[in-house]
Design a protein around this ligand. Sequence first.
Ligand SMILES: NC(=O)c1ccc[n+]([C@@H]2O[C@H](COP(=O)([O-])OP(=O)(O)OC[C@H]3O[C@@H](n4cnc5c(N)ncnc54)[C@H](O)[C@@H]3O)[C@@H](O)[C@H]2O)c1
Length: 281
Amino acid sequence: MSVGHSRVLASGAEGWFRLDDHVALVTGACGTLGPIWVEALLEAGARVAALELPGAPASAGYKALESRCRDRLRRFDCDITNRDSIETAAAALVREIGEPAVLVNNAGVDQPPDAGGARSPIEALPIEQFRRMVEVNLLGTFQVTQVIGGGMAARGSGSIVNIGSLYAAVSPDQRLYDHMPGDVPFLKSPAYGASKAAVVNMTKYFAALWGSCGVRVNALSPGGVQGAQDDQFKAKYGARVPLGRMAQAEDLKGPLVFLASRASSYVTGHELRVDGGFTAW
Ligand SMILES: NC(=O)c1ccc[n+]([C@@H]2O[C@H](COP(=O)([O-])OP(=O)(O)OC[C@H]3O[C@@H](n4cnc5c(N)ncnc54)[C@H](O)[C@@H]3O)[C@@H](O)[C@H]2O)c1
């Protein structure tokens, strides 16, 4: 094969992952992982609508992108638990940047150990906390899919990526948290994994429903992403993972662009676990 030929092949392969002239929408875009998805989509050439709770502070990661890519990144207020709010944001983004071809359902709530707030033993876990996780993680994702996905189905194309979690597939290993100080031991909430498992199941529902309309629907389930966790947690977590470490931002971008782009044109209803092999043993 000539060098020229292999160059053509290489640029063809890169082309499968490009999102030039596409509008992509990311919910909960101004938190920790949101800017990673946004950056990946911008790098693939998309214009990006960042949906976020009104007044929610933007993370440093999001602010950096905003100042670098002002022409292709716009923030819109949206509470994903409120149908009117979703419809208002959808109308504004269509008017200002165009019809979305990619939807990343990322907004979600969890209760990590550093979140503060009262801890409870499982028997006393407030039902309101459980309800809130289902409200945002599952019902919010459903409502955004109704509004944005419904439009994609009517237009005959689109790619939806639902952000799941490692804990959609397996129970949290509470031993990862048992060194953390406090009178009441930290307990990773059962509501989080339950809500994410439901999101993965709903992914299959919409993949089946809208396959014939040209809309693909997949889940991307990250393992723990390295941030400000304490060293003991990071060491214990790394020891549980075949790849020996927590995920880094760069580990997540390729899988997202794969699912968003035509590189995955025959992939739908799939849960792509980006967990370093955590669920493999
Ligand atoms: N960080 C991780 O290690 C990790 C691992 C696996 C999965 N996830 C999932 O990735 C997604 C993002 O997580 P993160 O770590 O960036 O969390 P985060 O809390 O840093 O960011 C979540 C964002 O969603 C927004 N949000 C919350 N409720 C909303 C609502 N009702 N409407 C609109 N926006 C709302 C928040 O304001 C916030 O900006 C979540 O779905 C989470 O479950 C995270």
